[in-house]
Design a protein around this ligand. Structure first.
Ligand code: SF4
Length: 337
């Protein structure tokens, strides 16, 4: 996908570099925007020819995954694109550049509204950082069609904003239907899993909307199968992240104790980048994820052994019923500012 419709706010970046008198800066992009990295680096160096711009080429999954932890003493500023800050301490100044999309939001929202049934009166609205600057426009479009729009601030999010691991801005709203403005199944699936309400995904990049039910049902069937398989496990690996924004130390320790209390073996594995290959050497039957809550759900097919969320582990241990299935979230961060 071409990303040239994003506003990278070069003027804001240049002002920040001048304010800090920074000489060496590192740019950090999520995967979907990395194809613009060279162009952005050239633009900055074209304006400030005495500044060294370095591109962070490692994977970047969110604001939980800041490059500040791996910069060397030469780096004066991290510029992190496309995510909003999380409440975590940083080792180096960080400028967050939200990279707003200019994609039209009216057509997909009107398409979503056209599929509402007659009972719909209230609409919960939610979107991601890349479209959040159009929130007022979204509200106006829905209200002009005669519906009441409800939004929430959430905890650690701004009004109407959803993160892949934080659904607090939508999960407590009492509404008839939820419109998620964004692309891909990732966030809409989470909204559906948390709310169990009808969710319409209004995609600004294709100008249409669609239901999420079928995908949601498929994921739940997969989760059920993984939980059943994990019930055969005798030993568990608890994955703890070394990324500051994904670190849940206390939870990892608590889960280890809990598993042992139920008569199974358990060890904690500390990891930065998490992949199936890195887990292969460990003689463990199943894994529990305390890092990014989405890895167990979204990357499930890549892992041969069951990879569970903490809530799914509770089902395995008989501490939670399947009917009370919940997604995992990271609301409070270990390393708060
Ligand atoms: S923990 Fe996962 S879902 Fe949450 S911000 Fe990081 S990458 Fe996104």
């Amino acid at each position: 996908m071409s990303t040239l419709d994003y506003d990278y706010k070069i003027d804001v970046i240049v002002d920040k570099i001048r304010d800090l008198n920074a000489k060496n800066i590192i740019l950090q992009f999520p995967e979907g925007l990395k194809s613009d990295a060279v162009s952005i680096a050239n633009d900055i160096e074209g304006i400030l020819d005495d500044v060294n711009v370095i591109i962070d080429a490692d994977p970047c999954f969110g604001a939980c995954d800041l490059a500040d932890v791996k910069v060397n003493r030469h780096i004066d500023l991290v510029v992190h694109f496309a995510h909003t800050p999380l409440p975590i301490k940083t080792d180096c100044p960080v400028l967050f550049v939200e990279a707003h999309s200019s994609a039209d939001i009216e057509a997909p929202i009107l398409d979503a509204i056209s599929s509402f049934d007659d009972n719909v009166k209230t609409v919960g609205l939610i979107t991601t950082t890349q479209h959040i600057h159009k929130l007022d426009e979204m509200i106006k479009i829905i209200e002009e069609e005669g519906y009441t729009v409800k939004l929430d601030n959430g905890m650690g999010t701004s009004k109407g904003q959803v993160l892949g691991c934080n659904f607090t801005s939508i999960k407590y709203l009492d509404v008839d239907v939820i419109v998620y403005v964004g692309s891909g199944d990732f966030h809409a699936l989470g909204v559906k899993l948390f709310t169990q309400k009808p969710v319409l995904l209004a995609d600004p990049f294709i100008g249409k909307s669609r239901q999420i039910e079928e995908f949601h049902d498929k994921i739940l069937r997969i989760r059920f199968a993984r939980i059943c398989k994990a019930k055969e496990a005798k030993s568990f690996g608890i994955i703890m992240s070394s990324k500051k924004g994904q670190l849940r130390f206390d939870l990892a320790i608590k889960l280890k104790q809990l598993i042992k209390e139920h008569g199974y073996e358990a060890q904690i594995l500390n990891m930065d980048y998490i992949s199936p290959e890195l887990l292969l050497p460990y003689k463990l039957d199943a894994f529990v994820m305390t890092a990014c809550p989405r890895i167990a759900i979204d990357d499930s097919a890549m892992y041969k052994k069951p990879l569970l969320t903490p809530q799914e582990l509770e089902i395995v241990l008989g501490l939670r019923q399947w009917d009370d299935y919940q997604m995992d979230e990271i609301i409070v961060h270990d390393e708060q500012t």
